[in-house]
Structure formats: structure tokens, C-alpha cells
Ligand binder design. Sequence first.
Ligand code: FAD
Length: 495
Amino acid sequence: MSVFWHRRDLRVDDNRGLAAAAEDGDAVPVFVFDDDVLAHGSDARVRFMLDALSDLRDAYREAGSELVIAHGDPAAVLPAVAGAVDADTVYWNEDYTKLSRERDARVRLALERAGVDRESHHDGQLHKPGSIRTNAGEPYSVYTYFWKKWRDREKADPFPAPDAGLADAADLSPAALAEAAGGETTDVLHETLRADLPSIEDLGFAEPDADVQAAGTAAARERLADFRSEPIFHYDEDRDYPAKHGSSRLSPHLKFGTIGLRETYRATESAMREARDRDEGSEGTEAQDNVEAFQSQLAWREFYTQVLYFNPDVITENYKEYEEGIDWHNDPDELAAWEAGETGYPIVDAGMRQLQAEAWMHNRVRMIVASFLTKDLLWDWRAGYAHFREHLADHDTANDNGGWQWAASTGTDAQPYFRIFNPTSQGERYDPDAEYIKEYVPELRGVDADDIHGWTEMNDEERAQIAPDYPDPIVDHSERREQALAMFKRARGED
Ligand code: FAD
């Protein structure tokens, strides 16, 4: 017997650790609700996770097995489950954040004390953090070089779902497990095993206000297939235009592992073959460039994971230190207006309202709102990160942190401090017909795109006439730009 512990890999297909556990024989799949992890959760993510778990449980039932669900400290639950089913080994897939690594170290110790073997696998990335380094053997801090090595390195094939080697469902009911358990393990099992999935309220969360996208492997595959069918061939051309919906929207699935990275990459390889055919005879390599641009986003994800892996402090500290420290302005009313999507900068407000409505935001707009918070409102990026963590269904410590530190000019490949997005021209350029803005800001629906993009140029009376319910700009971009430059110059000790 073996035990497989699910964490950020809520699927049976293309799951390296599960494949290894099943090969070992009679794997008992387990998921543990861990209060230390839930402490970092949010309504949207817990909703997505519960739906993904429900899908995972169904997948096991179809295979004649049962997902064992527990709530407690994994360092107590896993040795207890292993004891009850007489498993020799507990398997899992590695996770690379500091919190996860500390938890896993505790679980390892507890299992060792209980005389149970541990086997962890690398699964959630195509290339393990630390496996791609500079020629001098250092981890990369510049994406472009990382990407070239990442792109050229051979990738593993997807792992098929186990067609045998899963424990029999009949042996895995909470009653059967508790009965099988003897001695010391009984208490832990009785306390923590659950016959069913908890409700969102049981876990201390509420139904999210946002319309969170469908979870589960079938939903992820549908998204991937849809994206692979056509949008991937236009990805690079369309990805910056939020009204075009040109990206995959796989991010919550990649966060929770409802689809495997190898399976995802395999789809891009087949798209690349099709792209070669499409490009044949034409002058350039257009379709191939578009597919490669998408592959390079998967590499960004792995780049930021390795940045966090080697620099766990970036979660709270600037990656790039400024000599004098940055003296952020941090006005609470301005932060509240940003969070509510009431800044009077239409593209910023559309983005913040998309976040409220969908627990997701388009990448270009994430960059715009993050620049606005840090360079126009002069707010410490940590406040923006905290808000995103609270609301994004796809919040991923490494990517979220990487995105924020990039925007704040404190990160690895960060935007230089003097390059400050102008939110008005960003809106004009990337949402020229204001379609995206009108979708999320109803007060502007009846307004011409030119007036929307001219909002900050008008006077209060003009604005009151055109869209009386939409706020006036809360700050003047040119003034704030100067203040931001001065703030960064002081931080650099140039003042
Ligand atoms: P696609 O464009 O279809 O890309 C495919 C996948 O590649 C994504 O699902 C994601 O896993 C990865 N990816 C794409 N862009 C990036 C990137 N710039 N950095 C790292 N990985 C990337 N992404 C998250 O997954 N979680 C976050 O919490 C997160 N926070 C962000 C915060 C800020 C301030 C910024 C600027 C970006 C953030 N991103 C985050 C990156 C990016 O915005 C999202 O990954 C992307 O918008 C998700 O949509 P998609 O799945 O359609 O992406």
C-alpha cells in the first residue's frame, strides 16, 4: 500500500507523483485541509479549490477508488492514514514556496518517526527550480537568458492517469479507515476524517461575490482545447488587448494543478507543428512566433518560481534594494478608491472591477493598475499584492510577487523606475474603442470612446454632463509622475 497526498495538483492525469505511487501499488489518495494554508486563502480561491476537489473525487470514483478527505495538520493526519492502511510510503509532488517547504519538512519528520518512507516528485513545472542556471552555476535573475535555456531544454512527456494501482473505494470510507487504525492513530483519524467535502462556510470563507471560472480537469482541458484551436496562433498580436480575450485563462488551473504542465506544453507543441504548416510559403514565421510567445509565458511562471525559491524574502522585501529605501506616500483614501475601481481613470477602474466581478484580471490591465498604484498613488506594492491575493482566483505567490515587484521597479527584470505608464495613453492604445472599459464600467457605457479616453483632459462640468455617475480623476497623472520620479531619485540617494 502507498499513500498519495494531493496539494497543488488536483488531477489524476499527468501527475508524476501519483503515477509513481500507483506503480508502487494500491495508492490511497488523500487531501488534507490544512489551517495554515487556509490562512492564506480567499473566498474565490477556496471556491475554485472546492470545485476542483469535487471533480477530483469524481475522477477517483470513476476509477473505483475514493479520495480520502481530512481536515487537520498534515504532520498528524498523514502518519495516521499511512498507519491505518498499512502504507510503506507517502508520495507527493513538491511545492516550492517557503511555507510549503517548511510544512513538508515537518511532515517528513513525522513520517520518519512513524517509520513510513517519503517520496516527493517534481511535477508542477516543466523544469525544476535550480535546474536552469547561468554558465557560472548561478540562478538566473534576468528572464531572457533563462528563457533561451528553458526553451531549448527537452521536456518530459505527460504521465498517463493510473489505470491500475489505486486502492479500492470500499476500504477507504472514514469508518473503514478508522476501524482499520489501531492504537494512537485512531484519535487523529476520528477527529479529522470527513465523509464529504466541507462547505465553504465550514472552512471559514463565504461564497465569493465574483463569478469564479469553472474548476476541474474537464474545464481546464476545454479551455486549453479552445485556446489551442485558434487563439494561440494570434496570441502575441492579441494578448495586450483586453477586449479581445486573446489569452488562455488557464491561470487558476495552473495554480491548483487541475491540468498538468506537460499536457499543456504538449498542446503547444502540436500547435507549433500546425503553425509551421500555416507559415509555409509565407514570408515570415507569424503563427510560430505567436505560439512561441505563449510558451514563453509558461517560462515566465517558472522563472518567477525560481526567483522566489532562491530568494524567499522577496515575499515581503524588495528584490532590488534602493540605497535610501522608498518613502511611499500611502494615502488610505486613494488606496480605497483604487480597490473599489473609483479612481476616475477608466482603464484602471475597468481592471479593478473585472477583478471584483471575475476574480481574474487581464495581464496588460494588471500591469496598468499596478503601475497606477505604485507610480501614481505612490503606494507601497505590498498593499496591491495583498489586495490581489485577496481577490484573484489565480493568486500564485511567485507570479503575483514577480508582477508587483516588476511594476514597482523593485523586482528582478523590473521596469526601470523612470518608465511610468501613462494610464490614459495605455487605455487609448490597448482599448481604443473602449469596449473593455464599457464592459466593466457601466457608468461609461453610453459615452463615446474619445470622451472616455479624454476623461482626464475635461473639466468637472464637462464630465458631469457626459457621465454624471462616473468619478472625476482622483489625482493628476503628470504631477504624480514628477513626484514618483523624485521619490525614486531620493531612494537612489540622488537627491
Ligand atoms: P496567458 O497569457 O494565457 O498565459 C498562460 C500562463 O502563463 C498563465 O496562466 C500563467 O500561468 C503564465 N503567465 C502568463 N503571464 C505571466 C507572467 N507575467 N508571469 C508569470 N506567469 C505568467 N499570474 C498568476 O498566475 N498569478 C498571479 O497571482 C499573478 N499576479 C500578477 C500580478 C501582477 C501585478 C501582474 C502584472 C501579473 C500577474 N500575473 C499573475 C501574471 C499574469 O497577469 C497572469 O498569469 C495572466 O494574466 C493569467 O491569464 P492567462 O491564464 O489567460 O494567461
